[in-house]
Design a binder for this molecule. Structure first.
Ligand code: ATP
Length: 306
């Protein structure tokens, strides 16, 4: 059994009368890329800030590397790199100078060679001496990751690292996270509101909603039971609706516009749709299937209520 790197039990935090985190528990094991998933406002950042002791939790047990954060803050933070608040840089200085200054202030005293190697690792080679003010959001994000890696932490905590990035920026960060896990054996906790993002890089995850943990486990196992949202463009629409209702009596189908149908279907039933409609001479112009975190939540919440 891999070592527990983060263990959070029954974490709770209020701001005045507002209970932002009510009951969050999860466990991150060594070598995990662990997805901390929840919609906006679910309490992810607040939980992460409590975990790193940037703010004080009201109650709950927080242990990193097996040690309670309240008694071992320094030791724990020495082994942890995080971007939970937006990283700040001197925009009139180069990427290299920014890291050099940070290394001196924070006491990592990294050599020039180490800083160049870090900039190379995050894909900023060739841009080392350019001013940070001219960097894209994605480049700043990668520079932020380089900064958190300077002290060679075992655990890396990233709060919504791909938010606001363009598609290439998202791919760059995703690849960087996977390399940190595969080539450097880091343990990574990252938050996101995007289920598909987590599915692509995390091996385990917890889903939180309204300040409470809903479900935790292997990403593959959790996703395999999931329903998909289907949007079909078909003709004739009414006939398609009847055929689908006969084949899947348990589903609720909504007719949209002239020839669109929308419904939810379990993943393993999706491949049979086109064959079914073709056999009734119904033309399919498009079939769109997507996962929706919200749909997934509703399913979990409904299961919870039974
Ligand atoms: N310092 C604060 N004072 C008052 N309310 C706060 C404070 N920080 C967070 N909140 C509230 O707590 C709730 C949870 O916020 P939090 O930032 O933890 O959510 P999140 O899951 O990270 O969502 P997002 O992705 O939108 O950041 C939100 O309703 C937020 O407005």
């Amino acid at each position: 059994m891999p070592e527990s790197v983060i263990s959070i039990q029954h974490l709770s935090k209020s701001f005045g009368s507002f209970h932002a985190v009510k009951d969050v528990s999860f466990q991150v094991l060594q070598g995990d890329v662990f997805g901390f998933l929840g919609p906006n406002g679910a309490g992810k950042s607040t939980s992460m800030r409590c975990m790193l002791s940037l703010i004080k939790a009201d109650s709950g047990d927080i242990r990193l590397f097996g040690l309670p954060i309240k008694d071992h803050r320094e030791d724990i933070l020495r082994r942890t790199g995080s971007i939970v608040e937006k990283p700040d840089f001197y925009k009139y200085l180069s990427a290299f100078r920014n890291l050099d200054i940070f290394a001196r202030i924070s006491g990592t005293n990294s050599s020039k060679k180490e800083i160049y190697a870090m900039l190379d690792f995050v894909g900023l080679n060739g841009r080392e001496h350019d001013k940070v003010g001219g960097f894209s959001h994605g480049m700043k994000q990668r520079l932020g990751i380089a900064q958190t890696l300077l002290h060679n932490p075992d655990l890396i905590v990233l709060d919504e690292p791909t938010t606001g990035l363009d598609p290439q920026g998202i791919i760059d960060i995703r690849n960087l996270i996977l390399r940190l896990k595969d080539e450097h054996q880091k343990t990574i906790l990252l938050s996101s509101h995007d289920l598909s993002e987590i599915e692509m890089i995390a091996n385990r995850m917890v889903i939180i909603n309204k300040g409470k943990s809903m479900v935790e486990g292997s990403v593959k196992e959790l996703m395999s039971t999931e329903n998909l949202f289907i949007r079909l463009e078909v003709e004739p629409q009414e006939k398609a609706m009847i055929v689908l209702k006969n084949a899947f009596p348990e589903i609720q189908i909504q007719a949209k516009g002239e020839n669109q149908l929308e419904f939810h279907l379990s993943r393993n039933q999706v491949p049979s749709i086109s064959q079914l409609l073709n056999s009734h001479e119904i033309a399919i112009y498009s079939l769109e299937s997507k996962r929706s975190l919200e749909d997934y939540f509703i399913k979990i919440v409904q299961q919870d209520a039974i």
